[in-house]
Structure formats: structure tokens, C-alpha cells
Design a protein around this ligand. Structure first.
Ligand SMILES: [Zn+2]
Length: 298
């Protein structure tokens, strides 16, 4: 059960104090907390949000706002959590578009026909990126350490969300999303604003040689120096590396043509803040899902 509301609000605010960065702010700490991004402040027809662990009805290690189906909660519980969060961000649950993410780079352009309607469920399969130019369609993607990428073009009125873990990052999910925005909607790169959302930080993210090898195929030697380090001689001997997924995605988006000032790293680590946010690493897999949401308003 959720703790009594005053006590819980105090706890949320304390955890937020540790997690917060200049790029983000928190709304509704007293009910269903919502993380917002200042990068989208200037566009009044974009509604972008990120969930926390608080404000839902799940219990135990899924406590309390688990937005992941198939992680141990009943479908009813997860649906209720979606309803509660949607209410907190002013979106109707019927407008949600959910997909089954598979760490690939398929991106779907979605419309009203893809929305959940009467039942919150994943209607799309094998899709890691969502894009729309329609109002009343809310793109919802799931995370617990992987990198959420949010995009908005205020000129063409297009939004997108992409799931970019290390596999997605190596496969250039961010760059592919930018290209698709250009191709499908004529978006100009200079107008696109991107936010790299809450996810695992470099200090928390140790990877092994196979990940390094895959990265080296896609990133130059110069870039590799910017995104990877070894924490000690011993770690280097064990071929363990610390990977900066935030920087890797930022470099990729810059290379894809976005302006440096339009690429925002939220800077919030899910693993460092695992009491506030679900983290796969911190919980060793016993965790719920956070969600990112982005939609256009009429
Ligand atoms: Zn961290």
C-alpha cells in the first residue's frame, strides 16, 4: 500500500532532491509525480512526461507505479497505473500507443487507428520507435535503464519517441528516428529538439568487450574516447568498461544533423536513483517499468 500522502510526498521530494538536474523538473509530488523536461517548455502544444515509481497501486518490488505488462502485476493493476499517470499528465488512456520493444530499430508512424481505445495494451509488436503528427495520439515507451529519446519538431508539429539501449545505440536508433522524421514529414534537422531521458549513467553502466567491439564499428576512435573509460587498471585487465550511453546518443544526434543546442541530456540516472525510478541493474531484474510519454495537443 502507498504510504499516507504527506509522508509519501516528503519522501518523493527528498528523492527528487538527489536526482534532479537543471534539465528537468517535477510536478505533482503530492499525488502521481511527473518528470518534465525544460527543453520542451517553449512548445506549448507538446506534452512530454516521464514516470517515477510513485503514485500507483502496485506493491512489493513493483511498487508502486509499474507500467510494464508481464513483470508480475495483473493487467488490471498495470492498466490502473496507466490511468493514474495519464490523469496526472492530462492525457486520455484511450489515446495511448504502446508497442512491444525488442531492442531493434523499427520505427512506426502511428495514427488514431493504433491507439489503445477501450483497453490499455501493446497493440504494436517489434517496434522500438514511435512517431506521429496527430493530436490525440500519445506515444508511450517503456524503460528501466535503457535510454529514452524524445523528439519534437515545433514547425512541422511532429513528435517521436525511441528506445535506445546499447543495442539501439549501436544500431543508430536516434539517427534513424531523425531520418524518418525528415522522410515522412519533411522535418528540417535544424528545427528538431531532442531529449535524452532518464536512464543509466556512465558510472553505473559497466559493459564487456562484446559491447565495446560493437561500438567500435559505429564510433570513431575520437568518439570512443569520449564515451568509454576503464575505472581502474584491474577493470581494464578484466576488459570491463564504463559506457556513457547519454554521450553516445548525443554524438549520434549531432552527427545526424541536429543543432548542439537542441540536444538535451536530462542527466538523471535510473540506477543511482533506484528508489525513485525503476532500474534493471540496481534491482538485478526485479523491477517494474517506467514510461516516457510524448504527445501533441490540439
Ligand atoms: Zn548512475
Amino acid at each position: 500500500m502507498e504510504k499516507r500522502s504527506k509522508e509519501r510526498e516528503k519522501e518523493v521530494l527528498k528523492l527528487w532532491e538527489q536526482a534532479k538536474t537543471e534539465e528537468c523538473y517535477l510536478e505533482h509530488a503530492d499525488s502521481v509525480p511527473v518528470i518534465r523536461f525544460h527543453a520542451f517548455d517553449g512548445i506549448d502544444f507538446v506534452n512530454a512526461a516521464f514516470s517515477t515509481r510513485f503514485g500507483g497501486i502496485s506493491t512489493g518490488y513493483l511498487s508502486s507505479l509499474n507500467l510494464g505488462f508481464g513483470r508480475g502485476d495483473s493487467e488490471e493493476t498495470v492498466s490502473e497505473n496507466y490511468r493514474l499517470f495519464c490523469e496526472s499528465i492530462g492525457v486520455l488512456p484511450e489515446y495511448l500507443v504502446l508497442s512491444d520493444q525488442v531492442h531493434h530499430t523499427e520505427i512506426a508512424v502511428v495514427t488514431e487507428k493504433d491507439t489503445c481505445k477501450e483497453m490499455v495494451a501493446k497493440k504494436l509488436q517489434g517496434i522500438d520507435g514511435l512517431m506521429t503528427d496527430r493530436a490525440n495520439v500519445c506515444l508511450a515507451t517503456s524503460y528501466a535503464d535503457c535510454v529514452p529519446l524524445f523528439f519534437a519538431d515545433p514547425v512541422e508539429r511532429v513528435v517521436a519517441a525511441s528506445h535506445s539501449g546499447w543495442r539501439g545505440t549501436v544500431a543508430k536508433m536516434g539517427a534513424k528516428t531523425v531520418h524518418k522524421m525528415q522522410e515522412q514529414f519533411g522535418c528540417e534537422k535544424k528545427n528538431i529538439i531532442a531529449v535524452i531521458g532518464p536512464s543509466i549513467c556512465q558510472e553505473c553502466y559497466e559493459v564487456s568487450q562484446d559491447v565495446m567491439n560493437a561500438l567500435k564499428e559505429q564510433y570513431s576512435e575520437e568518439q570512443m574516447k569520449e564515451i568509454v573509460y576503464c575505472s581502474s587498471k584491474e577493470e581494464a585487465d578484466k576488459k570491463k568498461y564504463q559506457l556513457n550511453l547519454w554521450k553516445a546518443n548525443a554524438l549520434q544526434l549531432k552527427e545526424a544533423g541536429l543543432l548542439k543546442e537542441n540536444i538535451h541530456i536530462s542527466g538523471i540516472c535510473t540506477c543511482c536513483n533506484s528508489k525513485l525510478l525503476f532500474s534493471h541493474r540496481a534491482s538485478k531484474g526485479k523491477r517494474g517499468n517506467l514510461n516516457g510519454f510524448i504527445s501533441l495537443l490540439d
